[in-house]
Ligand binder design. Structure first.
Ligand code: ZN
Length: 134
């Protein structure tokens, strides 16, 4: 039995209704029409997927992120705080296990540090890089 749509070997074939005519098609081409349910030999029932109860994620009570925005001059603040501590970019990078090049880019404000990095830098340098914008 050849599929009447794509011409591939369709085995027993499946009957679909397409534009009011009945076609015998392969498993792939069933999608093109409405399958004649009643004429299917053995009803292949797809068991309903188990209903998964999705728990809402625990609300993270991190005061840190609530309405807080990174300060606009974060690069300057990081550099100043770092220099006050007498650290080179490389030394600071080593202390917080980050790449020196990344810190350079942050100090030049080429990129914004991630929240995790803001936290690390803040702790290491004793500065608050986020402030309320409200
Ligand atoms: Zn086909």
């Amino acid at each position: 039995m050849q599929c009447e749509i794509c011409g591939r070997e369709a085995g027993m074939g499946r009957q679909i209704v397409l534009d009011r005519s009945t076609l015998v098609v392969c498993d792939k081409c069933v999608l093109f029409g409405v399958e004649k349910e009643s004429e299917k030999p053995a009803e292949r029932r797809i068991p309903a997927a188990p209903v998964r109860t999705i728990k809402p994620p625990m609300f993270e009570e991190k005061e840190f992120d609530l309405g807080l925005e990174i300060v606009p001059d974060f690069g300057k603040q990081i550099r100043r705080a770092r220099e006050l501590k007498g650290l080179t970019v490389k030394e600071l990078a080593m202390k917080i296990f980050e790449k020196e090049s990344l810190l350079h880019r942050i100090e030049n404000q080429a990129i914004k540090p991630s929240d995790a990095l803001i936290e690390k830098l803040g702790k290491q340098l004793g500065i608050q890089l986020k402030k309320k914008t409200l």
